[in-house]
Design a protein around this ligand. Sequence first.
Ligand SMILES: [Zn+2]
Ligand SMILES: [Zn+2]
Length: 146
Amino acid sequence: MAFLTGRCMCEAVTWTYSGDITRNLVCYCADCQRATSAPLTAFLGMRPEQLSWSGDIRHYESSPDTFRGFCPSCGTRLYFRSDRWPHEIHVHAATMTNPDDYQPDAQVFMPSRVKWLDRLPTIPTHDGFQQRPSGPPAHRTALRSG
Ligand SMILES: [Zn+2]
Ligand SMILES: [Zn+2]
């Protein structure tokens, strides 16, 4: 039994959940990549009847009877649900009030995982943005105006 809360970026939409978490999965499927503009998506499986929302929510029907909810003000993705699994809704873990509380226990759709994720441990890291882009000045100008 968990008690969790969450919100979108602009805080127009909030959610509260009191119930069992049915899944903690990280999804690499191509649809989630497109829908979230991100290489991976983390979900919390919840019972719809124990989840309450406040605020205006829109959804996109990404495949027949499958819906992806989002905040119409800020665009934050909120959930995935499908009529194929009526007793479960997948809420985006990144919307949790404390996203660090998330504990994934499964990774799914591994064949569509983008290959560059494997390189992350070897790529230079920074606490904030890099100080300046690399490359000659002319190249930087072209990037800015593009
Ligand atoms: Zn919002
Ligand atoms: Zn997916």
